[in-house]
Design a binder for this molecule. Structure first.
Ligand SMILES: [Zn+2]
Length: 338
């Protein structure tokens, strides 16, 4: 018992109370409780042994958390994000590196249209189209807030002019027309400008014999524009019909959520329809359907997985594999053309 104990005593501890209390306890207990006590009582005197690295490691974690409650609140905002599915606190940097997919449960966080495009196209190849096209309040819509004020608010908060970014770029070896919607701009809703930008993109793809990839996330048609937004459903589908007639491929990628007028138009008529895991996809929301049909909805209703089982979509692809899988599909669908 004695030799080991005495050595550690001599190194780390000033005599006095701590060492005497330890002598009364058995050896194994003593060493474990001893380190804890010495950390607590001995802050002023690191004595002889200076295990600098281990000390800072234990200290850095412990005092920060309980010290001030306000600090606790600040940390999650800037550095950590709580996963809404598994409640894990994920380090933001890790989340960004993982394309905003939870490292624990693979929950797919929403991502902006810009990040989406950057994640798919080769750097520096994207030529944006109609970047400055903005919506007009044709109906002089006023509700709780006017349409104009909403547009201004979202233009400021997102840095976008509208809810979709369109352009031509290179995905691996393929030049392709690509459009990505952004849910953070008015719920990714499709108004006249979203419809017009998509239609111009599709028409350019047809004229230049390019494949189209549209990544959707949307609450549906933009009701601030009434009939003008609903018209976009027919307009985009009409343009896609010409593209299809030219025997060019169109891949639709559905992300969480893709609903209503967008799902009921261009998003659901791809030659290939892909989806991200767990994406909510449908026309009316589940509550509306339940109230209308007065029937119990099956579990998993309107998720990508459910719709894959029922044949509406062709494949579910995790975000990190999206680029390589799209490349494979384009290789296949454009084979012989080049
Ligand atoms: Zn998670």
């Amino acid at each position: 018992m004695e030799p080991a104990l005495k050595e550690t005593n001599a190194r780390q501890i000033e005599p006095g109370q701590v060492s005497s209390s330890r002598q009364s306890t058995p050896l194994k207990m003593a060493t474990s409780s001893f380190t804890k006590k010495s950390i607590g009582t001995e802050t002023a005197e690191p004595a002889v042994t200076p295990p600098a690295t281990t000390e800072t490691a234990t200290f850095a974690k412990k005092p920060k958390l309980p010290s001030t409650k306000s600090k606790k609140r600040e940390i999650p905002e800037g550095l950590w994000t709580k996963c809404p599915k598994c409640s894990t606190m994920v380090f933001d940097k890790e989340l960004d590196e993982n394309l905003k997919v939870c490292t624990q449960c693979q929950y797919h966080f929403p991502i902006s249209a810009r990040i989406r495009i950057n994640s798919l196209l080769e750097a520096g190849t994207f030529e944006e189209m109609d970047a400055n096209m903005t919506s007009v309040d044709v109906l002089n819509f006023t509700g709780a807030a006017s349409y104009v004020s909403k547009l201004e608010k979202y233009q400021q908060s997102t840095g976008l002019k509208e809810a979709v970014i369109t352009g031509i770029g290179k995905l691996s070896d393929h030049r392709a027309a690509i459009g990505a919607m952004d849910f953070s701009f008015l719920g990714g809703s499709m108004g006249s400008v979203v419809g017009e930008k998509l239609t111009r993109l599709i028409e350019k793809a047809t004229a230049n014999a390019l494949p189209i990839i549209l990544i959707s996330t949307s609450g549906g048609a933009r009701m601030y524009e009434g009939m003008f937004s609903l018209m976009q459903m027919a307009k985009t589908c009409g343009a896609l019909a010409y593209h299809s007639r030219a025997r060019l491929p169109y891949i639709s990628v559905l992300t969480d959520p893709t609903m209503a007028g967008v799902m009921a138009s261009y998003a659901s008529i791809g030659d290939l329809i892909l989806a991200e895991p767990g994406a909510m996809i449908g026309f009316a929301g589940p509550r509306v359907i339940k109230d209308t049909t007065q029937a119990e909805l099956p579990p998993g209703f309107q998720t990508a997985e459910f719709l894959l089982d029922h044949g509406l979509i062709d494949a579910i692809i995790p975000r990190k594999e999206m680029k390589s899988r799209l490349t494979e599909y384009l290789n296949y669908l454009t084979a012989g053309r080049n």
